[in-house]
Design a protein. Structure first.
Length: 175
């Protein structure tokens, strides 16, 4: 348990009669119950400690690893330049939000972009969708949208990893 602050200790000492009211200061009459409640506000709250969930930790590690692999493959495919304007790429952008795990690591749904184009992508999503559809074609865009809006379940991380490794090998990228 964390220790109460210095002010909380002084108030507690005063309430217990260990110290007297400083001379020269006006006395303020506050009921003891109110002062005790105030002390509770001065004590920092306990930090909640979650038990480690081994499965959850492993899943998070797997997701981070897949993100790293997919980013490397996308940057290699796009030659480290923004797919829209040709500037040096800084961001790994997604057509659909990364929260949709069905298409998070789909190479049709992600591309390298500079900061400006990434911000423009978020500011004008309709225009961005039309641009991306012209980039990959309407058939691939429709397939991507179906996968994104389809049944959401837990994706097979091992299958995704194998696909990304295969793409990296084809592009000559070491993961």
């Amino acid at each position: 348990m964390r220790q109460p602050s210095r002010v909380a200790k002084e108030i507690a000492d005063f309430l217990e009669g260990k110290s007297s009211f400083p001379a020269g200061l006006p006395k303020i009459l506050v009921p003891r119950a109110t002062l005790e409640r105030w002390i509770l506000f001065l004590v920092p709250p306990k930090r909640k400690v979650r038990p480690r969930d081994v499965v959850r930790t492993a899943r998070k590690t797997s997701i981070k690893e897949l993100d790293r692999m997919c980013r490397a493959v996308v940057f290699a495919r796009d030659r480290g330049t923004c797919r829209k304007c040709g500037m040096p790429a800084k961001d790994w952008s997604h057509v659909f939000t990364r929260g949709i795990h069905n298409v998070r690591w789909d190479l049709d749904g992600s591309f390298a972009s500079c900061k400006g184009c990434h911000l423009r992508w978020h500011a004008r999503p309709t225009e961005a969708k039309e641009w991306w559809e012209s980039e990959i074609g309407s058939a691939r865009m429709s397939s991507l949208a179906l996968r994104a809006n389809g049944k959401r379940g837990k994706p097979n991380h091992e299958a995704i990893r194998a696909t990304l490794e295969q793409e990296a090998k084809a592009l000559g990228v070491t993961l």
